[in-house]
Design a binder for this molecule. Structure first.
Ligand SMILES: NC(=O)c1ccc[n+]([C@@H]2O[C@H](COP(=O)([O-])OP(=O)(O)OC[C@H]3O[C@@H](n4cnc5c(N)ncnc54)[C@H](OP(=O)(O)O)[C@@H]3O)[C@@H](O)[C@H]2O)c1
Length: 293
């Protein structure tokens, strides 16, 4: 069997799980502050340099800031702002830097694509903050292909963050990742585990997700015949996409972090990738967890 050995994208540690109870498969709730600090310690030891956070992630920014205050070394941090008017953007960033206990945000993201559309002056203010080196680069978080297309066309946007996974896959995104790369964008992907959905027994889905059952069964079947663990398949599918620069991994425990970083290093049977590409979810709206309520 031929093995596919991908060039490994760098890993960014997601932090929404630190600041609030998160995920469809989450039985343990929000980790304690001590558990969060232990995960951050492990992340540092394992070579992770960057965190992904946001003002909207409950206590996540405070926990990261406390961790920085207690330790000599700091992480590079990407953060996101939401629904602000352009005149208060700088103030909000300064507050964010203070909370995180850092001098500059690595990439500052529009958390909502709609803010980019409704308040065009935000982008101008972000370019000023970038010039003043209070932020390293400008990012935008998108969901749909239409948002992705518009982000690709915006010259001032440096980084695009989007969901990409076994179901929100090549058959959904088509050539858009390639187009983004051609325009010089950095591509960062999230929702690699679709909030833990891939680890759920397809027979125990909540009613709203019943339409995804057959697709999940197909994925479990593909994993079984290739004798590959689900976390390995989730991660290796993303690593196999040459255009992806960074993957964001969200974990609730140190054990998951260790397991996921091991899974990234494993080989993946090349024959598995086209089978996943062919899984074509028709219910596009269910690919986005905000529609699961
Ligand atoms: N920009 C945005 O709009 C946006 C939106 C969402 C998230 N994010 C960022 O992306 C990060 C990741 O969130 P996501 O939605 O993309 O989550 P995800 O990576 O799709 O799923 C993370 C969840 O998968 C489960 N998991 C991870 N490793 C596992 C393993 N080895 N075995 C079993 N279960 C495992 C954990 O949930 P359980 O243990 O609870 O099952 C974990 O909370 C967040 O922390 C956040 O920083 C950004």
């Amino acid at each position: 069997m031929m093995n596919h050995t991908p060039s490994i994208p760098s890993v960014v540690l997601g932090t929404v799980q630190f600041g609030m109870s998160y995920g469809i498969n989450n039985a343990t709730g929000q980790p304690s502050a001590e558990e969060v600090y232990a995960i951050l310690d492990d992340a540092r030891k394992l070579g992770i340099q960057t965190l992904d956070t946001a003002g909207a992630y409950g206590s996540a920014q405070e926990l990261i800031g406390n961790y920085h205050r207690m330790n000599n070394q700091t992480f590079q941090v990407n953060s996101k702002f939401k629904g602000t008017d352009a005149s208060s953007l700088r103030k909000e960033l300064e507050q964010c830097l203070h909370t995180l206990h850092i001098n500059a945000v690595k990439t500052y993201f529009f958390h909502s694509f709609s803010d980019y559309i409704t308040t065009p002056s935000l982008l101008y203010h972000l370019t000023q903050l970038r010039e003043q080196k209070l932020i390293g680069s400008i990012g935008i978080s998108v969901y749909s292909n239409e948002e992705l297309r518009q982000a690709i066309a915006e010259p001032e946007i440096d980084t695009i963050q989007l969901p990409f996974n076994l179901l929100d896959n090549v058959s959904k995104r088509g050539t858009l990742l390639k187009e983004a790369k051609e325009k010089g964008k950095k591509i960062q992907v999230r929702s690699i585990f679709l909030q833990g959905l891939f680890f759920k027994d397809p027979h125990t889905l909540p009613p709203v997700l019943f339409p995804l059952k057959s697709y999940l069964e197909t994925l479990h079947y593909i994993a079984k015949v290739h004798t590959i663990g689900m976390e390995t398949m989730c991660l290796q599918y993303v690593c196999a996409q040459q255009e992806i620069d960074e993957l964001i991994i969200g974990v609730d425990t140190s054990q998951q972090l260790h397991r996921n970083l091991e899974a990234i290093q494993e080989n993946c049977p090349a024959s598995l990738l086209p089978l996943i590409d062919k899984v074509d979810v028709h219910e596009n709206n269910l690919l986005y967890p905000y529609n699961w309520k």
